[in-house]
Design a protein around this ligand. Structure first.
Ligand SMILES: [Zn+2]
Length: 277
């Protein structure tokens, strides 16, 4: 399970800039990573019915099933009683599915709006697209789309062992896989080879695609790969990356499913099924 796996619910990113909200639709009040919400025993995101008056600044983001999600900036709207700002990284874990996915995805999109208020080419104020999810400069027609940066995540295996990274000095609850942004001019497979070499000094072969995940926290599209050790298994850790990397047999790693991340999904896949994908 991963955060975007919300079946039987269905995510719909159709662009509906002129749609009028109904009382049942969600309104996310956002300021950077903070989203007005309710946590605790009865976690919830506010709906328009929770607000006393019409919210003129609200703009639609997406829908899940028949419920639309709108957003408005925090300085334009007063939070309803019982709701207060919470960090999206917290909501990712405390909101029930699919609201945790909605919160992270809203953060991705609202962050893009906040970061692209002015044209990067001529400096004029951008306007929201009328027919597609874009921002358009009325002066020079420069058009920008939501930023989605590809990232590779790599499970390097050698027989029954896998290469895990972890922060040096801490206990081993924070296992991760080698990961990094694709750079210009690279195929994802090129990025796999470069990232593994940079972080561990290891060569890989038999690079195979496993699966993907939209990851709004870093405006990313995660692309998961399995790859096999090619040659020496001696790890040379890049200390500038602040983490350590070493080999673990799959029967010595014990992790619960966090029901969120592709990384965890891939580690559990190797523990349970080896590198058969
Ligand atoms: Zn412009």
């Amino acid at each position: 399970m991963m955060i975007q796996e919300i079946s039987p619910s269905v995510f719909d990113n159709t662009y509906t800039p002129d749609r009028a909200p109904t009382p049942n639709d969600y309104l996310l009040i956002v300021n950077g990573p903070m989203i007005v919400s309710r946590t605790g025993n009865d976690p919830a995101l506010p709906t328009f019915a929770d607000f006393g008056a019409d919210v003129a600044a609200a703009f639609p983001l997406f829908a899940i099933d028949d419920r639309y999600f709108y957003f408005a900036p925090m300085d334009a709207v007063e939070s309803p009683a019982g709701f207060e700002p919470h960090h999206v990284g917290e909501l990712m874990h405390t909101m029930p599915s699919p609201l945790n996915f909605a919160a992270v995805t809203a953060y991705h999109l609202t962050g893009w709006y906040a970061d692209n208020r002015f044209c990067g080419r001529c400096g004029k104020e951008m306007e929201r697209g009328t027919t597609e999810r874009s921002l358009v400069c009325p002066h020079c027609k420069n058009t920008v789309y939501p930023k989605i940066s590809p990232v590779v995540i790599v499970c390097v295996t050698d027989g029954d062992r896998m290469l895990l990274t972890h922060y040096a000095g801490r206990d081993y609850t924070n296992y991760a896989l080698i990961a990094g942004f694709c750079e210009f001019g690279e195929s994802p497979e090129d990025s796999v080879r470069r990232e593994v070499m940079e972080e561990t000094g290891i060569r890989v072969k038999n690079i195979r695609y496993y699966g993907s995940q939209p990851w709004g926290l870093s405006s990313s599209m995660l692309l998961g790969f399995f790859a096999e050790l090619d040659g020496s298994d001696v790890v040379t850790v890049d200390r500038t990356e602040l983490s350590d990397a070493s080999w673990f047999r799959r029967d010595e790693v014990h992790l619960p499913d966090d029901r969120i991340s592709l990384t965890r999904d891939m580690i559990l896949h190797f523990i349970n099924h080896g590198n058969n994908i």
